[in-house]
Design a protein around this ligand. Sequence first.
Ligand code: CO
Length: 133
Amino acid sequence: MLLTQIDHVAIAVNDLEAAVEYYRRAFGAEVHHREVVERDGVEEVLLKVGESYLQLTTGLRADSAISLFLERRGEGIHHVGYRVDNCAEALAAIIAAGGRAIDPEPRPGSRGTTVAFVHPKGSFGTLIELVQE
Ligand code: CO
C-alpha cells in the first residue's frame, strides 16, 4: 500500500478568517501552519487533526484554481491529500492504473513538501494530491 496516511482534506472557502474562527469556536482548533503559495495563487491554513490536517484554502487571484473552483462550484471539499513515502513512485503507480496526472512530475508543495496532483476525471470524481513530507 503506497498511501500511508490521509495527509489533509482541503476545503475551499470564500473567507479564510471566518472559516478559521468557525473551527476555533466550534472545536478549539488552533492554526498549525499558515502559508501563501504564490505559484498557486492561494492562501492556506492547516488545522491539525491527529496525524492529519484539515486545510482551509482560499484563492488570492481570480485565475487561481481555487478561485475558479469557488466561482463554479461554491465552497466545499476541494481535494484529498494522501501522504506517501515517495511521490514519484505513487504518481507513476496511479498513472499506470489509469489516473490522469495534472503534474507530470512531483513539484514543491506547501510546508516544504513534494506533491503531485491527479485529475478528478479518472479518479472517480476526486482531485487527489500525493504528498511526500
Ligand atoms: Co493540498
